[in-house]
Design a protein around this ligand. Structure first.
Ligand SMILES: NC(=O)CC[C@H](N)C(=O)O
Length: 362
């Protein structure tokens, strides 16, 4: 069956349908990772977005039980040049097409994904619709031009109820703004006693759990759309060590007085170089974000710039001058991607221990 991708600038690509039969509208973004499609598709930060993978053959190792970043994927759609029909891997339990059908995500194959990516790089991220071959292009283009994406994506993907993953070590509250499982996995690996809280938990509710540290997760959408989370983080600063990843980094930065804006086409991939400006060390990082913290807006706040993107000099990390709080725009949990910056979780553990010692010493 044929299917079209219609973009708000009027460009139309015609290819073949895979996955769900439903139609979908969303922001069309590209990711340059060569592998990790199951993790990407199940990363809640992609909620409602239509993801183009630039690597031309996707699905060759199939799908499996283990590589989920959330059990209920919320990605809007997938576009690939070619989707493998005969995957081979010892963990494989089904093709990418089967997986997309099971999770009700529509896909498109057989289009020139290189051309689509260049278009997005030149014109910036655009809205698009995955539609039937017979769809009325003119009407769809008009509706795309005035399309306003939902502002409550975080509420959509965050857990509705608090829950607990018991551990014998440090007590960490994980704020779930659409958290990837990789973050909890890293805390659990370090023996943490993890309390997962919904995105709108107040600082008072969080502090009532008497945490040793608070982890702010990744999540979808514009950080300015979750003012309640910014407010909670503001009220946590100085009271408990805080570590933020991606959306969590943006929320910590907004809480510290910085501002955010939208990047032309975002950073999505598994080989983004990031420089630690204190040590000069460059890590190759996994990234997935469309917004960034404005570098100039850090001036006059108590936030220090700690990491920059080597490609475009954007802000990749900040730390609070006086309080135990730091954050990064990239993904130390990887999934998919390199593990270069995994030690940031250990830094968080040390920060927690130092803070504990300081607060118990009289
Ligand atoms: N992965 C994330 O947490 C992304 C943060 C935010 N939604 C952005 O696009 O910038």
């Amino acid at each position: 069956m044929k299917r079209k991708l219609i973009l708000e600038d009027g460009t139309v690509f015609t290819g073949h349908a895979i996955g769900s039969t439903k139609e979908t509208t969303g922001e069309v973004v590209f990711n340059t990772s060569m592998t990790g499609y199951q993790e990407i598709l199940s990363d809640p930060s992609y909620c409602d977005q239509i993801i183009t993978l630039t690597y031309p053959l996707i699905g060759n190792y199939g799908t499996n039980r283990d590589d989920f970043e959330t059990l209920l994927p919320s990605a809007g759609g997938l576009i690939v040049k070619e989707s493998a029909i005969h995957p081979s891997n010892f963990r494989n339990i089904g093709t990418l097409d089967d997986w997309l059908k099971e999770h009700d995500i529509p896909g498109l194959t057989g289009i020139d994904t290189r051309m689509l990516t260049r278009l997005i790089r030149d014109r910036g991220t655009m809205h698009g619709r995955l539609a039937a071959e017979t769809a009325d292009e003119k009407a769809i283009i008009e509706s795309l031009q005035s399309f306003v994406p939902s502002k409550d994506k975080v509420a959509q993907v965050s857990t509705k109820n608090a829950y607990h993953a018991p551990g014998a070590g440090r007590r960490v509250v994980l704020m779930d703004y659409g958290a990837k499982h990789g973050i909890a996995r890293n805390l659990i690996k370090r023996n943490c006693d993890v309390f997962v809280m919904p995105y709108n938990a107040t600082a008072e509710e969080i502090l009532k759990l008497d945490p040793d540290g608070v982890m702010l997760s990744n999540g979808p959408g514009d950080p300015e759309d979750v003012p309640e989370a910014v407010e909670a983080v503001k009220n946590l600063l100085g009271k408990v060590p805080v570590f933020g990843i991606c959306l969590g980094h943006q929320l910590l930065s907004l809480a510290g007085g910085a501002t955010s804006s939208k990047l032309k086409f975002g950073h999505r991939g598994a080989n983004h170089p990031v420089k630690n400006i204190r040590t000069g060390k460059v890590d190759i990082t996994s990234q997935n974000h469309g917004y960034t913290i404005d570098r100039d807006s850090l001036m006059g706040t108590d936030l220090m710039l700690t990491h920059v993107n080597v490609n475009d000099n954007t802000v990749e990390g900040v730390a609070h001058e006086y309080y135990p709080a730091f954050s990064v725009q990239y993904h130390p949990e990887a999934c998919p991607g390199p593990n270069d910056s995994n030690e940031l979780f250990d830094q968080f553990m040390s920060m927690i221990d130092k803070h504990k010692k300081a607060s118990t010493a009289v």
